[in-house]
Structures are given as C-alpha cells and as structure tokens.
Ligand binder design. Structure first.
Ligand SMILES: Cc1cc2nc3c(=O)[nH]c(=O)nc-3n(C[C@H](O)[C@H](O)[C@H](O)COP(=O)(O)OP(=O)(O)OC[C@H]3O[C@@H](n4cnc5c(N)ncnc54)[C@H](O)[C@@H]3O)c2cc1C
Length: 396
C-alpha cells in the first residue's frame, strides 16, 4: 500500500520501483499507453486489478471513493516509474483519470455509487465522446443533439476519434441541449450497448485501431444520465481537458529510454555521424528541460496552472521530434525491415509520434491559451460559428 504521507519522495520512488519490478506481469501485457486495443484489454484489466489490490489505482481520488488522495508529486513519481518499468499505469486513462474526477466533482450520490467502484477496480472502460467531424479544437461547435423526452433524453449525432470506444462499457458524452454556444452544452453518461449506437473502428497508420467513429441514432437515455446541470457541459469538459494535460506531462522518462534505443540503432548501423550526434544531443537537452519543468510544476501542486499548457507543448513537440529521428537512425531499414526486432518499436514510435501535437488539444490551441491567459495578449478574433468576414489582405 502506498504511503502518501511519506515526506522523503526518493524513498517513496524506491519503494514504488521495487514494487513494480517484483510485480508478476500478466501474459501479453505491454505498455500500450493511455488506451488499450481490444487485444490489450484482458492483460490490461488483470494488471489494473493487481495495482488496485495494492492501492495504486486512483491515486488522485479521495479516500472516500477508494483512492489514496495522493499529492501531485506522488502521482507523478508513480507515472514516471511505470514508464521506467514499461507498464501501463491503469487499464485505460479516460475512466480513471477523466471520468472519475468528473463524477466525484459533479456526479449525484447515485452516480458515484454506481460508476466509481467499477472504474477503480478496472471493470469498466469509458470512452470520451467529445470530438466531432466539425468540432475538435472548437469544441463549442458540438452539434450532437440531446432533446428532452417524457422518459429522459434522446441523442442524435456523430462523434469521431473516440479512443477505446470499441471496448468501452460507457461513454462520457458532450451534447447540445440548446443552441446557445458553449452554455448550450451538457454532459451525459451513455451505455455503449444502448440501442442506436454504432461504433466503427478507424484503422490507424500503425495498423492498430484505438480510434473509432461513434454514431448515435435517436439513442434513448434515462433522466439520470445527465451529469451536473443542463448547460454545465462546457465547465465539466474543461475539467477533463485540464486533467488530460496534467497527465501528459510526465513522459520524459519514456523519452530517455527511446532516445537510448535510437542512439543504439544508429550506432549499430554506422549512422551516428556528427550531424545526427549533435541533433540527438540537442534533443537530450530538451528532454532534461522538460523533466525539470515538469518537476517544478508538480511541486507547485496547482493542477490548474497554465504551466501544464507549457508542459503539454514541450512534451508533445519534443516527443514528436525525437520519434522523427528514428528515420535518421534506421535509414532505409525503416522501410525494408520494419518488423525486425530493433526496428519495430522505433518505426511504431515514428508513425504514432505525429499524434502527440494533436491529442488533448493541439499545439496551436495550447499557444493560444498561453498567450491569452498567461501573457495577457489580445484574444484571437472569434467569429462564433458564422463565416468570418474575408481577411483584408487575403485572397478573394
Ligand atoms: C491520439 C488521439 C486520441 C484522441 N482521443 C480522443 C477521444 O478519446 N475523444 C475525443 O473526443 N477526441 C479525441 N481526440 C481528438 C482530439 O481531441 C482532436 O483531434 C483535437 O482536439 C483537434 O481537433 P481536430 O482534429 O478536429 O482538428 P481541428 O480543430 O480541425 O484543427 C485542424 C488544425 O487547425 C488548427 N487550429 C484550429 N483552430 C485553431 C485556432 N483557433 N488557432 C490556431 N490554429 C487552429 C489546429 O491546431 C490544427 O492544426 C484524439 C486525438 C488523437 C490524436
């Protein structure tokens, strides 16, 4: 059981490292990241249950709900040590990291009783049903409609990029309950086996299918599917997004491992020339900057701090650039030998590295947040959802 009151964080790190190194790994377990593929679900669930039994599931949840109420630095150490041990730190991120805090803050007592424990124990997988074909960065443009009926709600619309939807028991859905911009959005719980839901997996460039399109055709929801009040969807969505950014900043440890593998791959192929060596050194320095910035931010314990937007940009752009270097290290082997032992992981990293600057809010949007909220620069023009007037200097 984790000692969250431990004041010596190095000792705590040592204890977590030892625990993870001695833990039996379920067959087939791999470090699949925040979302399991359907094939990862069984070993991931077994691993999650083991973590839960030893007090490592829901570290950030209050003790009332079975969590450990762990301070942010302790959560960060656990995330880093999982990366070092090459294991996932939960079955799926959406449920425990995003939905848990939402229900704890906005759920009714009945919702908390029904949904929190199965999440903590790794029984239920949740998917985040926010993005739509016309609403990603501009989430307030969500068009999926939830209408009141005499029995509850009727939902119709389409979602996209819904990670893990194929394996999920529930979705957390952002839907429009009135035309009134972001004040017209509400949040709902959707059972993924409800009549009228179709989940269509999207095959990614790496051959995996973590993403899905989700079609909702007159899906009937009970009145108690609503989270918080009508019109509170935007506020709740912001809580999940800030939590998502918080969890994304702790990837430096995994990057150091990847950096080492890239250097070894280049050296083994006689490709570690002075140009590549210099580039690898520069990126190594960026990784240390990232690690120190992350440590400073988590020591501050202010999870709403804009520092996490800085970290999100630093993490995703450093990781993308690092993954890109796999091609320099592997050379033509990246195309001719993609399945060979030392190539496979790096080729995979190279292919999925592009997603980093998009997921959890794009780099451009993070820069907008920083310029407006931290630097107090003028706000970017917002045209609501009308067509903007043509730019005076732009093409006709
Ligand atoms: C790996 C991964 C997992 C994901 N999982 C989920 C999930 O589980 N659930 C879910 O709902 N969504 C998920 N998403 C979707 C993700 O949240 C969106 O892709 C993201 O918010 C960007 O939206 P978009 O794809 O619609 O791009 P758009 O918003 O159309 O943006 C296109 C480009 O325009 C730029 N842009 C847009 N607006 C501005 C602006 N105001 N100023 C400057 N530039 C701008 C963007 O930065 C981007 O480069 C996932 C995405 C990825 C990559």
């Amino acid at each position: 059981m984790i000692d969250t009151d431990a004041c010596d964080l190095d000792e705590l790190r040592g204890a977590i490292r030892q625990f993870l190194s001695e833990s039996p790994r379920p067959e087939g377990l791999r470090n699949y990241g925040p979302t399991p593929t359907p094939a990862d679900v069984q070993p991931g669930r077994q691993w999650h249950r083991y973590l839960a039994a030893h007090g490592y599931a829901g570290l950030h949840w209050p003790t009332t709900y079975g969590g450990s109420d762990a301070p942010v630095p302790v959560q960060a150490i656990f995330a880093e040590e999982c990366a070092r041990a090459d294991v996932p730190r939960q079955l799926a991120m959406t449920a425990i990291d995003l939905v848990g805090p939402v229900l704890i803050n906005y759920g009714t007592d009945a919702q908390k009783r029904r949904y929190l424990e199965p999440i903590r124990l790794g029984n239920d997988i949740w998917t985040q049903l926010f993005s739509e074909p016309g609403a990603g960065s501009d989430l307030a443009a969500v068009r999926t409609k939830a209408e009141r009926t005499s029995h509850g709600w009727r939902v119709t619309g389409q979602k996209v990029w819904s990670s893990g939807a194929k394996s999920a028991q529930y979705g957390i859905l952002l839907a429009r309950t009135s035309p009134d911009g972001h004040r017209g959005l509400s949040m709902f719980i959707v059972p993924m086996d409800a009549v009228g839901i179709t989940v269509r997996p999207i095959t990614q460039i790496d051959g995996e299918s973590k993403f899905n399109e989700v079609f909702l055709d007159e899906v009937a929801l009970q009145p108690d599917a609503l989270i918080g009040g009508v019109g509170q969807g935007w506020t709740i969505a912001m809580l999940t997004l800030s939590r998502e950014r918080l969890t994304l900043g702790c990837q430096a440890v995994a990057m150091f491992k990847r950096h080492q593998r890239i250097v070894e791959a280049a050296r083994g192929r006689g490709r570690l020339d002075p140009v590549l060596a210099r580039t690898m050194t520069k990126i190594w320095a960026r990784m240390w900057l990232l690690r120190f910035t992350w440590q400073r931010a988590v020591a501050g314990e202010d999870t709403a701090s804009p520092a996490f937007s800085v970290l999100k940009i630093m993490t995703s752009e450093t990781d993308r650039d690092l993954c890109d270097l796999a091609t320099d290290a592997l050379g033509t082997d990246a195309c001719t030998e993609p399945g060979s032992e030392d190539c496979a992981e790096l080729v995979h990293a190279m292919l999925v590295g592009r997603a980093q600057t998009i997921l959890g809010g794009t780099s451009e949007i993070q820069r907008n947040i920083l310029s407006e909220r931290l630097l107090r620069m003028p706000k970017e023009p917002r045209w609501g959802h009308q067509i903007p007037p043509s730019h005076p200097g732009g093409p006709e």
